[in-house]
Design a protein around this ligand. Structure first.
Ligand code: FES
Ligand SMILES: [Fe+2]
Length: 364
């Protein structure tokens, strides 16, 4: 497990008051991606893992989503192994039935003369929404605290197509999320010909500004030589936003053309994290490239997966990091944003972004 004891070389990180354990865990009260939405049809359900919780997500006959703990209150059976008729889920062990509101509707083994009351038995429910082609669940239990949660990502244009790759990483949520805001690893980890043809490190200067629950880096007329950007023609404008809990939104605009590359980190357990990458485009012609692009995207994510797993093994032996230089500032910002979210929730106040506009220089 990754500890929050990061040591900053040129900026001090205060470690006051807050329970260190909370800083080591994923934010409890936030929306996490739990898989693709279109593959969950009306009348369907499936199990998902989120923050060490087993959850069953489903869509009732009318299309409404639900998420509840994947555990029958009777003897712990996984409800996702049972049957769903679009209205009630039947546990396969003794046939108890539950509505999508979690309430027990029927215990078929009760005799008519048995007065046992099952109406107060219920399965824990979780909030679930659908956005940008994905399902989002908030695993939070207990009082809501501050209620201004980081927004669920949306897609700001009509996609002609999309490509999704999901890859499980044996690393903590924090370590995996840091890779979404870490410019320093790109030249060393993602050195494939199609993404980064030049092997030389170049000086970068970018301006970052705070946005709700995160920060954004925008650049006009990008100087990158990546063939992905060439596909768009012209000089695209690129904007990369990071948002709590572990969301990276890259938006590319070239005239009327739009592309978006979204990456989501989802904590499965404390040492396994799902990385989901979704590429969306507005140009129908790009659909032809989909079979070509899928293995490239998988290769890209696998590069992160491999290096993160080795780094996690090192952090398991000694859970400290030295964050150095401006290229590591976004990583420090991640911890500051997370700390503020926890402190705001604890104090029952709204989130106040602790970051300010800043120009960063690094080589990558
Ligand atoms: S365990 Fe579910 S009905 Fe018995
Ligand atoms: Fe990466």
């Amino acid at each position: 497990m990754l500890a929050a004891t990061t040591r900053a070389a040129d900026e001090s990180v205060t470690d006051a008051a807050l329970d260190p354990k909370a800083m080591r865990e994923p934010l409890p009260n936030a929306w996490y991606c739990v898989g693709q939405a279109p593959t969950l049809k009306a009348g369907g359900m499936r199990p998902v893992e989120l923050n060490s919780e087993q959850i069953v997500v489903g869509r009732d006959g009318a299309g409404a989503l639900f998420a509840m703990r994947d555990r029958c209150p009777h003897r712990g059976m996984a409800l996702s192994k049972g049957r769903f008729d679009g209205d009630t889920v039947m546990c396969p062990f003794h046939g108890w039935r539950f509505g999508t509101d979690g309430r027990c509707r029927d215990v078929p083994t009760l005799s008519e003369k048995d007065a046992s009351d099952f109406s107060r038995i219920a399965v824990q429910r979780f909030p679930i929404v659908e956005s940008a082609g994905f399902l989002w669940v908030n695993p939070h239990l207990g009082p809501a605290g501050a209620t201004d949660l980081p927004a669920v990502p949306e897609l700001g244009f009509e996609a002609a197509g999309s490509l999704v790759v999901e890859l499980e990483v044996e690393a903590s949520f924090d370590l995996t999320t840091l890779s979404l805001v870490d410019p320093g690893h790109v030249a060393f980890v993602h050195d494939s010909w199609w993404f980064r043809p030049s092997k030389e490190l170049r000086e970068k200067v970018k301006t970052f500004q705070p946005v709700p629950h995160g920060f954004v880096m925008s650049s006009h007329a990008t100087t990158t030589s990546s063939p992905i950007y060439k596909l768009l023609g012209g000089a695209p404008e690129v904007e990369i936003e990071f948002r709590l809990p572990g969301i990276r939104l890259e938006r590319i605009v070239a005239g009327e053309k739009r592309m978006a590359n979204y990456t989501f980190a989802t904590p499965l357990t404390n040492n396994r994290t799902m990385l989901t990458n979704a590429l969306y485009w507005s140009m129908p012609l790009l659909n032809l490239l989909k079979p070509l692009a899928r293995p490239l995207m998988r290769q890209f994510l696998t590069q992160d997966q491999q290096v993160l797993q080795h780094a996690q093994a090192g952090l398991d032996r000694k859970p400290t990091m030295v964050l150095l230089g401006q290229g590591d500032l976004p990583s420090q910002w991640y911890f500051r944003l997370k700390r503020e979210a926890l402190e705001a929730a604890r104090a029952g106040r709204s989130f106040e972004n602790p970051l300010s506009r800043q120009e960063l220089r690094w080589r990558s």
